[in-house]
Design a protein around this ligand. Structure first.
Ligand SMILES: [Zn+2]
Length: 256
C-alpha cells in the first residue's frame, strides 16, 4: 500500500514539537511523500527548512495564499520569486481566490492568482488552487489561461457535480480530504461516486480539517488512509486500489 499526502502544512508551528514523530507516523501509514503548499513570504523559509530536514519526504511549493493577499501582494510576489529557480519546487501553491471571510482584496486576489499561474506556465509547474466562495471565478480564470499545458488541482474539493465536470474538462484534478467524511457532505460523496478516480488525489490539509473521528484535533498526514478508506467504500473498490491510482495521479501531476 502507498499514499501521497498532496497538501499538508506540516511546517507550521503546531508541528514544531513533534515533527519527527509526525513524519514517522506518516511513514507507518504508508504515506511516502508529503507536499507542502506555502502561505506567505515568512512561511516560505519554514517550508524550505522542513524540506531540507526531510528532503525525500517533504516537498516544497511556492505561492502566496489568497488570504495572504493584501496591499503588499506585488512586493510579496517579488520576494517569493527568489524561490522559483530551486529544483526542489514541485508546484505553485497554494494560490487562488477566497471571498469567504473578506472581499476587500478580491480584485487583488484575482491579479495575484493570474500572476502566479503565469509563473507556473513559464516554469512548466502544476498549480495548487485554493478556492472558497469563489469557485466560478476560479474556474473561469483557469479556463482563460488554459493553453493545453496548464495542470493542477482544486484542493479540498467540496463542490457540486457540475463544477467537478468543469474541472475534469479543464484537465485538472480534485484533492479529496477530511471534508468527505463529514456527515453533511453527502453531495461531495456523490461526486466521488460519479467521477472516475483518475481525476482525484488525496490530501489532509494538515493541521486543518481532520477527518472523522478526529474533528477538533490537529490533522496530520498519517490520517490519509482514513480518507482513502472512505473513497474505497464510496467507490466499492479496495483501499489498495485507491492508494495505487491516487499515487499514480499525484506522481504524474507533480512529476514526483
Ligand atoms: Zn492549505
Amino acid at each position: 500500500m502507498t499514499f501521497i499526502d498532496t497538501h499538508a502544512h506540516i511546517y507550521m508551528d503546531r508541528f514544531e514539537e513533534d515533527l519527527d514523530k509526525v513524519i514517522h507516523n506518516a511513514g507507518l501509514s504508508y504515506v511516502t511523500q508529503i507536499l507542502m503548499p506555502n502561505i506567505d513570504v515568512s512561511s516560505m523559509k519554514r517550508v524550505m527548512s522542513t524540506h531540507e530536514r526531510f528532503p525525500e519526504v517533504c516537498k516544497p511549493m511556492v505561492g502566496l495564499h489568497p488570504c495572504s493577499v493584501n496591499e503588499s501582494w506585488a512586493k510579496d510576489l517579488k520576494a517569493l520569486e527568489a524561490y522559483l529557480d530551486l529544483d526542489s519546487i514541485v508546484a505553485i501553491g497554494e494560490i487562488g481566490i477566497d471571498l469567504y471571510w473578506d472581499k476587500t482584496f478580491g480584485e487583488d486576489q484575482e491579479k495575484a492568482f493570474i500572476h502566479q499561474i503565469n509563473w507556473a506556465k513559464d516554469l512548466n509547474l502544476p498549480i495548487v488552487i485554493h478556492s472558497r466562495a469563489a469557485i466560478d471565478i476560479s474556474i473561469k480564470i483557469v479556463e482563460s489561461l488554459q493553453d493545453g499545458n496548464l495542470q493542477g488541482v482544486f484542493h479540498c474539493f467540496d463542490q457540486s457535480l457540475e463544477h467537478a465536470k468543469q474541472i475534469v474538462d479543464l484537465g485538472f484534478f480534485m484533492g479529496l480530504g477530511g471534508v468527505i467524511t463529514y456527515k453533511k457532505n453527502k453531495e461531495i460523496r456523490s461526486v466521488v461516486r460519479e467521477i472516475p478516480l483518475s481525476s482525484f488525489i488525496l490530501e489532509t490539509d494538515a493541521p486543518f480539517l481532520p477527518p472523522v473521528p478526529y474533528r477538533g484535533k490537529r490533522n496530520e498526514s498519517s490520517y490519509i488512509p482514513i480518507i482513502a478508506k472512505w473513497v474505497s467504500d464510496i467507490k466499492d473498490i479496495s483501499i489498495d486500489e485507491v492508494g495505487k491510482i491516487s499515487t499514480e495521479n499525484a506522481k504524474a501531476l507533480f512529476s514526483l
